[in-house]
Design a protein. Structure first.
Length: 144
């Protein structure tokens, strides 16, 4: 058989690449050491997190926003609920690169983000106590 593309590794990235290549009309072969789904890869299990305000850098935000659309398309095509909106809570020192970058990327892309300074957080039945007053960046529109 002839394949237009052979993808080595059928994890989350390889599987997505194969899916979109096939959807575009390519004849695709995925090769993996295991039959998916399996628990031997770096992305296994039922939980993942989606964040839009990105502490690792604002350059990731457009990619994550596009990924959100693709997840929504997959949910619709599979007729399955694959995203649960739980909210994301980022806690850290005010001068940490991660907290500053999270807040900055939210501002750059007009993302909803509530920034608070707290010793204690009560939300969704969860009580957290912090050793000092720390900034907390909360986005209730995110989840896993």
């Amino acid at each position: 058989m002839h394949y237009d593309v052979i993808v080595i590794g059928a994890g989350s990235v390889g599987m997505a690449a194969g899916y979109y290549l096939a959807k575009s009309g390519k004849n695709v072969l995925l090769i993996d050491a295991f039959d998916p789904p399996h628990q031997s890869g770096s992305h296994h299990g039922e939980t993942r997190i989606i964040r839009y305000a990105y502490g690792e850098g604002a350059e990731y935000v457009p990619l994550v926003l596009e990924a959100k659309k693709l997840w929504e398309d997959l949910a619709e095509a599979s007729d399955r609920k694959i995203f649960m909106q739980t909210g994301v809570l980022n806690v850290g020192e005010p001068d940490s690169d991660f907290i500053r970058s999270t807040i900055s990327s939210a501002n750059d892309y007009a993302l909803p983000l509530e920034v608070m300074r707290l010793r204690r957080f009560n939300g969704a039945g969860l009580v957290l106590r912090f050793p000092s007053i720390l900034p907390v960046a909360m986005n209730q529109h995110l989840g896993c």
